[in-house]
Structures are given as C-alpha cells and as structure tokens.
Design a protein around this ligand. Structure first.
Ligand code: HSE
Length: 296
C-alpha cells in the first residue's frame, strides 16, 4: 500500500494590518503521514478528540479525492506536530494542506498547488495561512470570484522572528466572533496604507519602518482583551525596538527584528509582568512550502 509523509511549515497570518490577506511561513513544522489501506480510518499522534472523521487532515484528504472523482479507500494518518494547536501559528491550515497534498501525491499528482489551494480555501474561508503553508515565504492573497489569488513578496533575509506562545489557547472562531462587522472609512484607509508599508519594510529590512507600519485597527484592538497581559507585554517589546503584532488570530505574540539577543532581553523581564507562562520560540522565515519528505 502506498505511503507518503508531507511536511508543512507553521504560518503567521495578518502581520498586523494585513487581516485575512498577509501570511508568512516560519521554521516550525507539522509532518503528516498517509498510508492507504483497504478500508477504515486510523488517526494517531493527536488527542483522541481529534482522531475521527472530522480531523482536518482527513477532511481535506477526502475533499481532494472527491474533486478527482477518486475512490476514498481506507487510510492511516499519523500526525507529528511541532506547531502548537490553537495558538495562531497555522496548526489547522497545516493539517488541511497536508491532507490535500497527501491525497494528491498518493493519486499521481494530478492537481497543481493552486488547485489544492482552491479546494482548501473553500474549506477554511480565508487563504492567509494556507497560501504561505503551500508556497513558503511571505504571501499576500485575495479571493476573487470565490478563488484565491496569491503572490509572493520578497523578504530581506536578515529578519529574525521570536514567537511568544502562551499556555492558554484562543480558538479562531472565538477570536473572529469579537470583530465588528462594519468599520469606519478612516480605519480602512489606515490599514490599507499600513499594510502596503509593512510589505515594503519587510522587503527592505527596515526595522524602524516596520515598527511604525505594523499597526492595525481591524482586529488587534478587539482581540487584545482576550490575551492575558497584552498591554504590558507589548510595552516591554516596544522598549526593545522590535516590530510587534498578534500572530494570526492570537494568542501568540510575534516580534520581528534584525538585532540578535531579543530573547535574552525579554526573558529577564517577561515573568515579572505577566501571570501566564509564555514560551519563547526563535524562528526564521521558511521559504519552502509544503513538500514530501518521505514516500511517493
Ligand atoms: N486571518 C485570520 C484571522 C487568521 O485573523 O482570523 C486565523 O485563521
């Protein structure tokens, strides 16, 4: 029976003002192995609550087979996830991407990566994590006539990322439920302008410009209440000169800098200003999107 393992990078979506549009792949991975069998479904490597037919690696696996009009036979799925769950680092997108790519590889690679993005975007509803998970690097995406359109943007190679990952989770549906359905024109203009400058600052490696541009009026002001000690931590990060945003829907907070030593600077003071436990994970940009690491 055929077997394949897909590696998918973590992703940080939004990057401040680029709500539901910008995303960047980072150097933390979820590996998912798919092994066909005669019948049945076996999922290992995750909490029992996620080991059924609703598992996102399996639902996207089935969606791709259906779109290819291929028979859905049995499959064993093993998940080896470094990406923390429900923390704003693209854990769900990684499973969707792995399932879609796994099914496509096992049945002869008939769909393009864009085709797999189309299918998974219809399941997820927004492409900002999916696009960098498939393509790697920094992406901006829009949905036009129901289909995602994605471009990669250049990135200065010297950026260093530091993810502050707390010991509490924040489910994306909850983090989306607190957002307004309408915004002032001034706030829309603010985000469009800041978003364009974030992309340029990331390309140029201009930390001062990034710090200024990486501000948002669409989602962060509404979500910060659900992130323990947000204001204190943001204040501390700003003293270091690093740029700062909520990663995806949160609760992970992301620092972006070109200066080494940020983790040491924060470690000395972080515990004193917060009740939660924050794990600091140094990361770099991952330019390679999802790919096969073993099998077919
Ligand atoms: N753009 C999405 C959000 C990312 O902020 O809700 C999480 O899926």
């Amino acid at each position: 029976m055929k077997k394949v393992t897909i590696r998918v990078p973590a992703t940080t979506a939004n990057l401040g003002p680029g709500f539901d549009a910008f995303g960047c792949a980072l150097s933390l991975y979820t590996d998912v192995t798919f092994e066909e069998m005669e019948s049945g479904l076996e999922i290992t490597g995750c909490d029992e609550a996620y080991a059924g037919p609703d598992n996102m690696a399996y639902t996207s696996y089935c969606a791709v087979l259906e779109s290819l009009s291929e028979e859905i036979r049995g499959v064993k799925i093993h998940i080896d996830a470094q990406i923390p769950i429900c923390r704003g680092l693209g854990s769900s997108a990684a499973l969707l991407v792995a399932g879609a790519m796994g099914a496509n590889v096992l049945r002869g690679n008939k769909l393009s990566t864009q085709g797999l993005l189309n299918i998974t975007n219809a399941m997820e509803g927004h492409p900002d994590n999916l696009a960098p998970a498939f393509f790697g690097g920094l992406t901006a995406s829009m949905v036009d006539n129901g289909l995602p359109v994605t471009v990669n943007f250049p990135l200065h190679p010297d950026w260093e990322f530091l993810a502050l990952v707390p010991d509490f989770d924040l489910p994306t549906p909850l983090a989306r439920s607190v957002l307004p359905t309408e915004y002032d024109r001034a706030d829309a203009v603010y985000n469009i302008a800041h978003g364009a400058l974030v992309l340029k600052a990331l390309e140029l490696g201009d930390e001062k410009l990034l710090r200024t541009a990486m501000q948002d009026r669409i989602h962060q002001p509404h979500r910060k209440k659900m992130i323990t000690d947000y204001d204190q931590i943001e204040g501390l990060i700003r003293t270091t000169g690093a740029a700062f945003c909520v990663s995806g829907a949160g609760p992970t907070l992301l620092c972006i800098t070109r200066n080494p030593g940020l983790e040491e600077k924060l470690a000395k003071k972080l515990d004193a200003i917060t009740k939660a436990n924050w794990q600091m994970i140094p990361l770099h940009i991952e330019f390679q999107g999802a790919h096969v690491i073993d099998g077919e």
